[in-house]
Design a protein around this ligand. Structure first.
Ligand SMILES: N[C@@H](CCC(=O)N[C@@H](CS)C(=O)NCC(=O)O)C(=O)O
Length: 330
């Protein structure tokens, strides 16, 4: 685990000394958009035109943020349009690597050994964390964007000429609702589990833990009234929650000490999780081996023995009861 400073790799764990033991996620730095016409998106500098075969995605199967982009690529039928490389699940002193074993693909473009080489190829003076996902432009050989919430917005519409235009996870009439849910879920759940797990003081841990379970309790109630987070229609908000829920019982309960309740203890959340898992194509994007091996194996400050627990036994393919709640007409 480390970061680049002016293009040089430094092996360093997160510094929580100036934030009272609180983990603060750093802001993603590459923020341009691929657009249908190639003009820069509002407020962004560089323009990138949507073209089949031009873009490449670097992901980890372990990472919940990268997982969002894999789900969108799959459900928008972009697998032949956007190519992918999968990093190895172990993130050690060199950060994410392209070690080609155990389901990792290696770097399909340059044959690099480390993901940080992709960042310095884009910007030889880059300073900051080297994270997945990365959306790479093969034509200009640079990083377009390394912020998952924006990459999924591009996948949702920019490539519709080649993908499935009938699928829209961010419909205009639900945007305000989706944005509000995203904010709550990002802060307290998606990032909340990390804030609990990476906290280095009791106080910081408890703060994150309480906000996490208060929010899960609230979501449980919401899902008792409606089928999906924004109502009767499956949206981006659901996929963003899904990638945390699917990792929760196998990893966050134990490794990140998020153990007040398991998702299995929440009837609505657990049925909802199974429904999403069973959406055609989604199970193929979930790699529980990479997920468990990454967290338990890579975070030596939290799990120094690096032993990966064998349990729990979970059947995400077991039937769910969400048909009891109406699905909106699409
Ligand atoms: N805001 C980013 C966060 C991505 C992120 O933090 N990814 C983690 C893996 S789950 C990572 O690559 N961490 C490496 C590091 O922090 O050094 C996004 O959503 O795309």
């Amino acid at each position: 685990m480390g970061l680049l400073v002016d293009g040089k790799w430094h092996d360093e764990w997160y510094d929580t000394s100036r934030t009272g033991g609180r983990f603060e996620r750093s802001r993603s730095q590459f923020r341009d958009f691929v657009t249908k016409d190639g003009r820069p998106a509002e407020g962004r500098e560089r323009g990138f035109k949507a073209e089949p075969g031009r873009y490449h995605l670097y992901v980890s199967y372990a990472c919940p943020w990268a997982h969002r982009t894999l789900i969108f690529r799959k459900l928008k039928r972009l697998e032949d349009v956007i190519s992918v490389s999968v990093v190895h699940h172990f993130m050690g002193e060199s950060g994410w690597t392209f070690l080609k074993e155990d389901g990792a693909t290696g770097d399909g473009l340059y044959g690099f050994d480390y993901l940080h080489q992709i960042y310095t190829k884009a910007d030889p003076h880059y300073s900051g964390r080297v994270t997945v996902p990365v959306l790479w432009d093969k034509k200009t050989e640079t990083i377009v964007n390394n912020e998952s919430s924006e990459i999924i917005r591009m996948f949702n519409e920019a490539f519709d000429e080649w993908g499935d235009a009938s699928v829209d996870f961010y419909p205009a009439e639900l945007r305000a609702e989706i944005d509000a849910i995203n904010e709550l879920v990002y802060e307290n759940v998606n990032n909340g589990v990390y804030r609990a797990g990476f906290a280095t003081t009791q106080e910081a841990y408890e703060e994150a833990f309480r906000a996490l379970f208060d929010t899960l309790d609230e979501l449980e109630k919401r899902l008792g009234r409606q089928r999906y987070l924004a109502g009767g229609r499956l949206t981006e908000a659901d996929w963003r929650l899904f990638t945390t829920l699917v990792r929760f019982d196998p990893v966050y309960v134990g490794h990140f000490k998020c153990n007040l309740r398991r998702i299995a203890d929440y009837p609505n959340l657990s049925n909802y999780l199974r429904e999403l898992y069973q959406v055609k194509g989604v199970a193929e994007t979930v790699n529980l081996h990479h997920i468990k091996a990454h967290y338990y194996g890579s975070h030596a400050t939290i799990n120094p023995t690096r032993i990966v627990p064998l349990g729990p036994e979970i059947d995400y393919m077991a039937p769910h009861n969400r048909d009891l709640l109406a699905k909106a007409e699409m």
